[in-house]
Design a protein around this ligand. Structure first.
Ligand code: GDD
Ligand code: MN
Length: 377
């Protein structure tokens, strides 16, 4: 029955040319946009062998169902549905890693990016002029008219900061529209942060100037359906990314957020201690215990909303996570005190000993929380 090389049905079945381009499109609540974009890609990419990989983070509006439907009819379309994860950068990374063509493009689903630029961008890579091509709003001929004043201001300031701190040379490192050689991307992928949304900046900074880059202008248009997912949190993500790259990845975005939350915990602790002690006149031991409990709880809530917002615990898992977090922090406190004592006994000044203990505590809490409380499913 089995045949090693099935005879071609007709000559055409064999004439399929190898893929040239994979277009990666991250989606979250874009059900009304995805097919419109696909039709536009079809029109723009005539004569090119291409596929499109949509990466959907389990959108509540059912974007992934619309995509499965489309993929049934259109063999060029693939859809990766991610569950239990959120994040633009992570979605783009998985999409590019799942791509089959030697070149991958990333673009938004909402038609704000100009798909008619893709063939010219591909040509720059295929003829060897570039390894990375950036669709840029800030070079001659590009624009971002659709931005409101506030967003335009933030975008310009963030761009300036990234360029100075990270010595990134390109005009628009915040663009969400770019094309890259997949082999180069695969080399960099292990260094990229899946959190946040500045994947291009991350790529450029991680490459340390080794990527031959060309920028092409495009007009950043207006969104078709739905609304933007970038909230004020992205500003935080952005500063975290700059800091992480500036310290050569010694400090990760998550660790920085975790430590920041930890320092708010110190304030919460002392405020509670003061209140219980002075206002309610309770004994010190009780006040200290209550303060620690309140601080751990507020740390947990903040970490769940901020540090681990892409893996946020929900429903019953919150309670389980909270109890585990108490446990982790309890052991962390022992480690903290132990290290501080050891250092202090070695005749080091009190504040250095204290700092060593605190550092030990936060590193422990961070490592163990990642392992047990917000572990990847
Ligand atoms: N899978 C996935 N997961 N996709 C997401 C997520 C997410 O958590 N968040 C956003 N997206 C998708 C959106 O559905 C859209 O297709 C694309 O990513 C961009 O999101 P928008 O919400 O439209 O972002 P924007 O238009 O405000 O920002 C764009 O312009 C910025 C430049 O100012 C993006 O291209 C940014 O990357 C870019 O920096
Ligand atoms: Mn958009």
């Amino acid at each position: 029955m089995s045949q090693t090389s099935p005879a071609p049905v007709d000559g055409q079945a064999r004439a399929v040319s190898p893929l040239q381009l994979s277009v990666v499109v991250p989606t979250f609540n874009e059900r009304d946009n995805v097919e419109v974009l696909f039709r536009k890609l079809e029109a723009a990419l005539q004569g090119i062998a291409w596929e499109v990989v949509y990466v959907d983070d389990n959108s509540p509006d059912g974007t992934w169902q619309v995509l499965r439907d489309l993929a049934l009819r259109e063999p060029r379309v693939r859809c990766i549905r991610r569950v239990g994860r959120r994040g633009l950068a992570g979605a783009c990374i998985e999409g590019i890693l799942a791509a089959s063509a030697p070149v991958a493009a990333v673009m938004d689903a909402d038609l704000q990016h100009d798909e008619t630029r893709l063939p010219a961008m591909l040509q720059l890579i295929e003829n060897g002029s570039a390894e990375l091509v950036v669709g840029s709003r800030y070079v001659e001929g590009g624009s971002a008219d659709s931005f409101n004043r506030q967003r335009a201001g933030f975008s310009t300031a963030a761009t300036e900061m990234a360029r100075r701190v990270l010595k990134v040379e390109i005009a628009d490192p915040m663009s969400g529209f770019f094309m890259i050689r997949r082999d180069r991307f695969e080399q960099l992928a292990p260094d990229l942060s899946t959190q946040g949304f500045k994947i291009l900046l991350d790529i450029v900074a991680s490459a340390h100037g080794s990527l031959r880059t060309v920028e092409v202008p495009f007009r950043f248009g207006s969104r078709l359906h739905g609304e933007s997912k970038l909230d004020s949190m992205v500003a935080l993500d952005f500063f975290g990314l700059v800091l992480a790259k500036f310290t050569n990845d010694i400090l990760s975005l998550r660790f920085i957020l975790f430590a920041l939350v930890g320092s708010t915990g110190v304030i919460v602790h002392f405020t509670t201690l003061y209140l219980v002690l002075k206002t309610f006149g309770e004994p010190f031991a009780l006040a200290q215990g209550a303060a620690a409990l309140v601080a751990m709880t507020s740390n947990f809530i903040l970490n769940n909303f901020l540090t681990y917002r892409d893996q946020r615990l929900k429903g019953f898992a919150i309670l389980r996570g909270l109890l585990l977090f108490y446990l982790v922090c309890g052991v962390g406190l022992l480690a903290n005190v132990g290290v501080a004592f050891a250092v202090f006994n070695a005749h080091v000044t009190w504040w250095l000993a204290g700092a060593a203990g605190a550092l030990m505590g936060v590193v422990w809490n961070y490592a163990m929380s990642g392992l047990f409380v917000w572990r990847k499913r």
